[in-house]
Design a protein around this ligand. Structure first.
Ligand code: AMO
Length: 436
């Protein structure tokens, strides 16, 4: 009888803890079946665990027939444990193999997945997304998500070292904050509410009490577009800081890019077979004013009027590559909370961080005076009554403040050379996808 329950059995070693020096040791390993090969009296099975691969060799005569037969009947992806003895082996690429004396088959695979576990590329992304938990076992995606996890850790470490407080703000909200982006309406008891497009107003308010705050959380955008860079639910790294302006925030972003890049480089150094295209970090991230880029575009024959957005196709035409900032955008299209430039009221103290033609972040100095904020809202045709919950805070000493939001998925795309945002998202949500 082959046991199928975990019971009190526990793993003794991960793959990374095994090598030829463990020759003769009794071990219990656990994981999923990567490959199965058999030639009559011998079965070769590879198990993959969190860290890597473990070769199992079951030969007639040195392990029970029942175990050998069970191993050779397994399909890839089955979840199993093997207890046995480590044997140093020059034939094995890892320098050892395990001779099994016990097997437990926790979950046996019933279906053949639509692609091989070792497939490097699978053309149709929808085929993969339909079986996402299996897709995520592939090495290319393991590398992306493990590197992503380390980038997040290093960003959190940065904020902690810099004395920021981690916050969580409501994701069910009453009013829009980002003019251009569409909202998802929801039923909230007997009222209409929305999923938050951004933690914007709450992170601003929290600078009154905590001065330096950050949040890493989902934002929701009812994007009607089908592109490789838009999600309906994305993760935003938001920061907000009191007594600084947009120049200080751009300096922080440069530091965040630097530490994120070094987290990815560290990952690749430890996992040299990783196939990322990692960008170079310039000594200083170049800054271009909106005005300067409009002029460049005009010279390159682009039809553009002052005040127009700078579209990716036009940015490509003027050959901008790598990381750079576009700053001092026209005030008109910017959200109501963005402060105007004191030297030219048509401009704003705002910036976007770009990577080639991909926007990674936007940020600005914010308005801290209630009168100015209300006037901006009225000019934009907004109903100030609906924002009293926010405006009221400005009656109690709002500090000057600035901040930004960095799209985590887009940052990871830039750091790893990934083309499709869905490949850096565990379970992407877009106009066509609500499951799995
Ligand atoms: P913005 O709307 O520019 O600014 O968003 C900030 C960053 O979030 C990412 N992002 C997205 N990523 C994937 N799919 C989407 N649909 C999507 N929408 C946005 C981008 C973008 O640069 N409140 C301001 C930020 C601030 O000023 O602090 C805001 O939300 O990388």
């Amino acid at each position: 009888m082959i046991e199928t329950e975990l019971g009190s059995l526990r793993r003794s070693h991960y793959s990374a803890e095994l090598d030829s020096s463990k020759d003769g040791t009794n071990v219990t390993v656990m994981g999923w079946v990567l490959t199965v090969r058999g030639h009559g009296n011998i079965s070769f099975v590879t198990i993959r665990d969190k860290n890597g691969d473990i070769p199992i060799v079951a030969k007639k005569g040195n392990c029970p027939d029942e175990i050998r037969e069970k191993l050779s009947s397994l399909k890839p992806h089955s979840s199993i444990s093997i207890s046995g003895i480590v044997k140093a082996s020059e034939k094995s690429p890892s320098g050892f193999e395990i001779i099994p004396s016990e097997i437990r088959v926790f979950s046996e695979v019933k279906k053949i997945p639509p692609f091989e576990p070792l497939a490097k590329t699978v053309k149709n992304i929808d085929t993969r997304l339909e079986v996402r938990p299996i897709d995520l076992r592939r090495k290319v995606l393991q590398d992306i998500f493990k590197a992503r996890s380390q980038v997040l850790t290093s960003i959190r470490d940065y904020f902690n070292e810099q004395n920021f407080t981690e916050i969580n703000t409501p994701k069910i909200i009453a009013t829009a904050t980002e003019g251009g982006a569409a909202l998802f309406p929801i039923f909230y008891y007997n009222k209409e509410a929305f999923l938050a497009q951004s933690p914007q107003l709450y992170k601003e308010q929290l600078t009154m009490s905590f001065e330096k705050v950050f949040e890493i959380a989902p934002i929701f955008r009812a994007e009607p577009s089908r592109t490789n860079r838009h999600l309906a639910e994305a993760i935003s790294i938001d920061l907000e800081e009191a007594f600084v302006d947009y120049n200080d925030v751009m300096n922080r972003i440069a530091e965040i890019i630097k530490i994120s890049l070094s987290a990815v480089n560290n990952y690749v150094n430890k996992n040299p077979e990783t196939e990322f295209i990692i960008p170079k970090m310039p000594e200083n991230i170049p800054q271009y004013s909106y005005d300067a880029l409009v002029e460049k575009m005009e010279k390159a024959g682009v039809k553009i009027e002052w005040g127009d957005d700078l579209y990716p196709t036009n940015l490509k035409k003027i050959g901008l590559e790598g990381f750079y900032f576009i700053k001092d955008w026209p005030l008109g299209p910017k959200p109501f909370y963005v402060k105007s430039s004191r030297s030219n009221p048509k401009l704003s103290e705002s910036f976007d961080l770009m990577f080639g033609d991909l926007e990674l972040s936007s940020g600005s100095t914010r308005i801290e005076k209630r009168d100015e904020l209300e006037e901006r809202m009225k000019n934009k045709g907004m109903k100030t009554d609906a924002f009293e919950y926010h405006l009221g805070a400005f009656d109690y000493g709002m500090p000057p403040h600035a901040g930004c939001g960095i799209g985590l998925e887009r940052l990871i795309m830039a750091l790893t050379g990934t083309e499709n945002i869905r490949d850096v998202t565990f379970y992407p949500r877009d106009i066509d996808r609500l499951t799995p």
